[in-house]
Design a protein around this ligand. Sequence first.
Ligand code: SF4
Ligand code: SF4
Length: 478
Amino acid sequence: MLALRLPIAFFHRTRIMYKLSDYLIFTPAVANKQSDDALHIMYATRSGNSLLLKKSVCDNLKKGAFDKLGDETLAKLIQIDAIVPQEENEFETVLEENLAIIAGYRRLTIVIQPTANCQLGCNYCGQKHSKVNASQEISNKIVARIKEKLSTGAFKSLKLQWYGGEPLMAYSEILRISQEVREYCAEHNIKYGSHMITNGLSFKPAVFLNLLQQQVSHFQITLDGGQETHDVMRITKEGKKTFNIILDNVIDVTNLPEYIASDVSIAIRININQTTVRGIYKLIDLLAQHRLYEKKVFLDFACVVDWGDNDASKGSLSREEYAKQEIDWYMYANEKGFRFGGMIPERNYAPCMVVDPNAEVYDAFGNIYPCYEFPYTPKYEGADYKLGHLDANPPIQNPNAITRNWNSDVKTDISPCKKCPLFPVCGGGCPKQWYSGSIACPSFKLNITDRLALDYLNKREAAKKASAKVETLAPEIA
Ligand code: SF4
Ligand code: SF4
């Protein structure tokens, strides 16, 4: 930030005080059609910016020969935090920025898991299901807790997320809680928004229309490859197949005029392991045949990982293999019409909700957790994982529940994050995994250079299509 305010002449007088940032990624060189000087994409993760640079510029940068760079190039590099003050402890700066942003959050994030029940018995799921929905008493306490937080005046908006078990097994509780919280938000001029992660079995048009009324604006629904693979992974507890029911529901809902006229979107989550990987292309083809890319339906690939020591990752691809293939799936889906945001991560001030001291997860029993993968999972039943209980006075009994202090613990050797050039855009992946002793890096840790190249090609293609000057959309050449 300091660097942004410095005129370039000042930099020249004091250049000895500057250094190359630790938070840079360079792609391998590619041929430059305009000269013999090859090109690299440089990604400055402290700002989330990427630039196309000549090899000669990169060489001078890496040598610290900043005086050989032109004023304009220097100014740009300082502006995007690629060159930073010599004495700066960048990790500390990044963490301080993260903490300041989190302290200034004016959005309250709440996850409600209103049922411990689910129709499915997916073989990678770590939850123990039971036929328990939030009682009227627990539902009332959830509403009261949210209102109490909002009544402090500290929040301008509320983001509610429904998760389970399968949340739609508690459909009436969802409608009741939503109605009450929405009314409170409307009366107090607080922006309300809600999302849902559902298995999609009960996602019928009539259900959707009621959820639309309750302002659920985004759904995540899982299809694990085509029918052959999905129906191995995601069967009901009685062993029944589910692929066709879920796909039909998505098609029926996205054909509704109310859906089309709305801002609602759907992410199709594809959990990938050695079984489902065989069905990825088939699923993309099928979804494209139904032209779902025209209906605000997006794709979200995820590697199957352990969930509460259940060894689910045993059947997964290696991290390297997954990262390599993921780029192929992106490219294939892109060709079929699906668009992806976030190919190149932006500066990210929090890995997830666990570091937000106001964010809470409520389960059907009234427990309060920091992380939405803790409820109903035997490994996380201990008091160390719980913030408290809605019946307790005060409800928060253990503000230091595991994961909550991630932004302190990340300074220790719990993970390699403090030395990782991606930390400013990652924040630590999935902290829960690091506390469990597992590697928690997102796939971009292993395929970021491919992503940078793909992102550049996509932007160049978009610029060509828009008949705009390529330079307006593509990273600049210094
Ligand atoms: S989780 Fe992995 S990619 Fe993210 S900051 Fe930590 S080490 Fe880097
Ligand atoms: S710790 Fe991991 S599982 Fe828990 S909320 Fe964060 S990203 Fe999700």
